[in-house]
Ligand binder design. Structure first.
Ligand code: MN
Length: 440
C-alpha cells in the first residue's frame, strides 16, 4: 500500500509563488502530468508537470539535464509526445521521480535557476490526449447509478443480480477520446419513438453526460498472467476526469443484448492532467460494504483494499448554456459528489479486468462508470437528475434542461481536501455539443 512520505508534507512550499496560494489545484504536493505545447504553434507536443499556473516543460528539463538516475530516465521518457513510455517505467521509477521533482521545485532548491526557464504559462498552452490509448474499458461502479438507471430501463428489475458480485464493464472506443475543449456534433442514430414499431435515423434527443474518473494504466501485465489485487494499485499511473457522453435514446434501443455501442462511442472527453496515485495517497479511505450485501470473492478482497481501497475525490458537474455565455455568466454547478461512494475500488477493477488473463498495457484507460452518490441530487447524469427527462432542471437564469441542447458546455472538476493534507485538484474537463450534421 502507498505510504505517505515527504512529498505529501502540507508545509512544503515551492519557489514558484503561484503554487503556494492554497487555492490552486496544482500545489507542489500534486505534480500531475499531461501533454502540451504552446497554443497555435507547430512545436512538438511533449510532457509537462503542472505547478501553480505554470507547466514544467519536461523536454526542456531533460535538455537542461537537471535530473539524474531514475528521475532523469523518467524526465527523458516524459519529454515524448505521449506519456506511454513514462507510464511503462513502473511504480518505483514514478515514485523516485516524484521525490526528485518535489525536491527540485521546493523553496530554496538549487535547481530553481535551471528549471525556471523550463516553465510555460498554462494559459499559453494547448493540450493533447496524454497517452496513446490502446484500449478503453468503461465500468459501472456506482450502485446508486446502476439502480437509478436500471429503474428507468427495467422498472420491475432495476439492479440485476450479478451487480453485487461482478464489477460490470464493457469495452469502449479509444479513437473518439478527446482532451478537454473537445467539441463534437450531436450524434445521429437509430431511435424508436414511444408507441412506434419502426425506428428512425435521427439526431439524438436525449444527449446526456456521465461524470466519471479515468484510470490510466501504467505498467501492464503479460497475456495470461493476472494482476493480484494486492499488486493492482502499483499498475495504476493515475486518474483524470472523464465525461462519457451518452445518447440515451440510442442506448435504450440498441443496448440489449450486448450493451452500449453507438450511444457511447461518438465522443469521450478527459481532462489534460493525470493526477498520480501517489499524489492521491493522503485521500484514501476505507472501502465499506453494507453488512447485508455479498462480500467480495477472495480475488476481489484484501486487507489493504478494505482498510484504504477507496479514494475521496470530490467531484462536480457544471453547465454553461449559450445564453449564459452570451450574458457573460459563469458555468453553474449542477451536482457535487465523491468517488468514495463507488461500489468497487480501483484495485478491484484492475484485479477483475485481468483475472481471466486479459493483458493491460501502458496507456490503457479504464472509466469508473458514472459516479452517482447515494442521493438523487448527487447523481452524475441528467437521466437521473431529471428522472428520465420528466423533471427538467431549472437553471439560475430561468432556462430549463432535461437533456443537453446544442451549444451547451459541460465542465467537470475534481479536488481532494482534508485536514492535515494539502488541497489538490484535477483542473477541468470541458466539452461542447455542436448541432447535429444533416441526416443523409
Ligand atoms: Mn460510462
Amino acid at each position: 500500500m502507498m505510504q505517505l512520505n515527504e512529498t505529501h508534507d502540507p508545509a512544503l512550499r515551492s519557489w514558484l509563488a503561484s503554487a503556494n496560494t492554497g487555492s490552486t489545484d496544482f500545489p507542489i504536493q500534486n505534480l500531475p502530468v499531461g501533454v502540451f505545447r504552446r497554443a497555435g504553434s507547430n512545436e512538438p507536443f511533449r510532457g509537462g508537470v503542472a505547478l501553480g499556473d505554470q507547466i514544467l516543460d519536461l523536454a526542456a528539463a531533460a535538455r537542461a539535464d537537471v535530473f539524474q538516475g531514475l528521475a532523469g530516465q523518467a524526465t527523458q521518457a516524459g519529454a515524448d509526445s505521449t506519456l506511454n513510455a513514462l507510464m511503462a517505467l513502473g511504480h518505483s521509477v514514478w515514485s523516485a521521480w516524484r521525490l526528485a521533482l518535489s525536491r527540485a521545485l521546493r523553496e530554496g532548491a538549487d535547481a530553481e535557476a535551471a528549471l525556471k526557464p523550463c516553465l510555460v504559462p498554462q494559459q499559453d498552452a494547448e493540450f493533447a490526449v496524454p497517452a496513446r490509448i490502446g484500449d478503453y474499458t468503461d465500468f459501472y461502479t456506482s450502485v446508486h447509478h446502476a439502480t437509478n438507471i436500471g429503474r428507468q430501463f427495467r422498472p420491475d428489475n432495476p439492479l440485476l443480480p450479478n451487480y453485487k458480485w461482478v464489477p460490470i464493464g464493457y469495452h469502449g472506443r479509444a479513437s473518439s477520446i478527446g482532451v478537454s475543449g473537445q467539441q463534437f456534433h450531436r450524434p445521429l442514430g437509430q431511435t424508436l419513438a414511444p408507441g412506434s414499431s419502426t425506428p428512425v435515423l435521427a439526431p439524438s434527443k436525449r444527449l446526456d453526460i456521465e461524470l466519471e474518473l479515468g484510470v490510466f494504466i501504467g505498467s501492464g501485465n503479460a497475456l495470461g498472467e493476472p494482476i493480484a489485487i494486492t499488486e493492482a494499485e502499483d499498475h495504476v499511473f493515475g486518474l483524470c476526469l472523464l465525461n462519457d457522453w451518452s445518447a440515451r435514446d440510442l442506448q435504450a434501443w440498441e443496448y440489449q443484448p450486448l450493451g452500449p455501442f453507438l450511444a457511447k462511442n461518438f465522443a469521450t472527453t478527459i481532462s489534460p492532467w493525470i493526477v498520480t496515485l501517489e499524489a492521491l495517497a493522503p485521500f484514501k479511505v476505507a472501502f465499506e460494504r453494507p453488512q447485508d450485501d455479498p462480500q467480495p470473492l477472495p480475488y476481489l478482497d484484501s486487507a489493504a483494499n478494505r482498510d484504504a481501497g477507496a479514494y475521496d475525490v470530490q467531484l462536480e458537474v457544471l453547465i454553461q448554456t449559450p445564453q449564459m455565455r452570451q450574458a457573460g455568466q459563469p458555468a453553474q454547478s449542477l451536482v457535487q459528489t465523491s468517488y468514495r461512494h463507488a461500489y468497487w475500488t480501483l484495485a478491484q477493477l484492475v484485479a477483475h479486468h485481468t483475472v481471466n488473463g486479459c493483458n493491460l498495457q501502458p496507456g490503457d484507460l479504464l472509466g469508473t462508470g458514472t459516479l452517482s452518490g447515494p442521493t438523487l441530487d448527487q447523481a452524475g447524469a441528467l437521466i437521473e437528475l431529471t428522472e428520465g427527462g420528466k423533471r427538467p432542471l431549472t437553471l439560475a437564469n430561468g432556462e430549463t434542461r432535461s437533456y443537453l441542447e446544442d451549444g451547451d458546455t459541460v465542465l467537470l472538476r475534481g479536488r481532494c481536501a482534508r485536514a492535515g493534507a494539502a488541497r489538490i485538484g484535477f483542473g477541468e474537463c470541458a466539452g461542447t455539443v455542436l448541432p447535429a450534421r444533416p441526416v443523409r
